[in-house]
Design a protein around this ligand. Structure first.
Ligand code: KG4
Ligand code: ZN
Length: 330
């Protein structure tokens, strides 16, 4: 079965073609980051307008690179949320139009299911599986007892870890998006600034607002005393504390749930310090982290997730041309 996948939930316009949710034939990603950088974050109206301009060209490129004609596609899958509503609508309507014109089914995919399935691109998933989902909007632990069965066992009580990275980078005037910049800078520094060891209230939960505020207050205090801030050391200190919490909670949840495999998903999965700590912590257990290109938003992961969704549950009611799309907004 040949699958066309579309992802437009935030600021990447992406399309991908795969065979049976395994062989990725193409994965075209157009990032709008240069348009949003000046504003220090994604501007929803600009994002949806840009998706509208790009989507048909990106789909055509994905088909061309895959050497696949429109007529060969058997299934369309698309991110239906959560994300920016105007951006999601562009992808969902493109998917519905393609499927309607060809008379083939279309299924919607939850964005986080997509991130988790990025781990299924080059590897066989084993269950029960524990997924640490870390992105700009989410920080959670998801237990999967089988394909496409998701049980959220813990989540952040406040900020997402990616959001904390972006905020700390902004306070240090490092630019946007902050995650990759802090990751790079931290390599040049040492974790010499004191950071609190946060204990989240829930067993498998997280909390990042305390750590974020601590860093912001520390920077302001040093500035008011006219003390020179060492940005690389600050980045290394924040990152060490941020990642320690992810590792502590993941380790506990993995042990308590008798999981057979550990995977990491979402943009922050690209973080080099997190990847090192996962390698060392889960050395003796099967574990996967997606290739860097599959960590941040892309349609390949949506194609793999959508294939499994269709294989297990078939066509999705409400996603057809006359349906009302059933966007998932949270
Ligand atoms: O999954 P994603 O592309 O979009 C959402 O679904 O949110 O994740 C984006 C987030 C941003 O907060 C970005 O700063 C963070 O992932 N990120 C990183 C790294 N690369 C991206 N955070 C830490 N280290 C990185 N190398
Ligand atoms: Zn994402």
């Amino acid at each position: 079965m040949k699958v066309l996948a579309i992802e437009t939930s935030c600021d990447e316009t992406s399309a991908s073609v795969n065979i049976d949710g395994k062989r990725i034939l193409s994965n075209i990603v157009h990032s709008q980051i240069d348009l949003h950088r000046a504003f220090g974050g994604v501007v929803p109206e600009i994002a949806s307008r840009e998706h509208i301009k790009r989507i048909t060209v990106i789909i055509e490129k994905a088909l061309e690179e895959a050497g696949t004609a429109k007529e060969e596609i058997d299934l369309v899958t698309v991110t239906k949320g959560p994300g920016l509503i105007g951006s999601l609508l562009v992808g969902v309507n493109a998917a519905k139009a393609f499927a309607f014109a060809r008379g083939i089914p279309v299924v919607g995919v939850h964005h986080l299911a997509g991130h988790i399935y990025a781990n299924g691109i080059d590897h066989e998933l084993r269950f029960p599986l524990l997924a640490l989902v870390v992105s700009g909007g989410h920080t959670e632990l998801v237990l999967m007892k089988d394909h496409y069965r998701f049980e959220k066992i813990g989540e952040t009580a406040d900020d997402a870890v990616g959001e904390a990275y972006d905020k700390v980078a902004r306070v240090l005037s490092l630019g946007y998006p902050g995650g990759p910049i802090i990751d790079r800078l931290a390599k040049e520094g040492e974790p010499t600034y004191p950071m609190p060891r946060i204990t989240p209230a829930d067993d498998y939960g997280f909390s990042y607002s305390g750590l974020k505020s601590h860093v912001i207050n520390l920077i302001h205090k040093l500035e008011s005393r006219h003390e020179k801030i060492r940005p690389a050391d600050m980045a290394a200190s924040f990152q060490k504390a941020a990642v320690a919490q992810l590792i502590d909670q993941s380790r506990k949840a993995f042990r308590d749930h008798d999981a057979k495999m550990f995977v990491v998903a979402g943009g922050v999965a690209a973080n080099s310090h997190l990847r090192e700590r996962v390698e060392e912590t889960f050395r003796d257990t099967p574990h996967i982290m997606p290739a860097i290109d599959y960590c941040t938003d892309n349609a390949a992961m949506v194609g793999v997730a959508g294939y499994h969704r269709y294989r297990l549950f078939g066509e999705e009611e409400g996603m057809g041309m006359n349906g009302h799309s059933r966007l998932e907004l949270v």
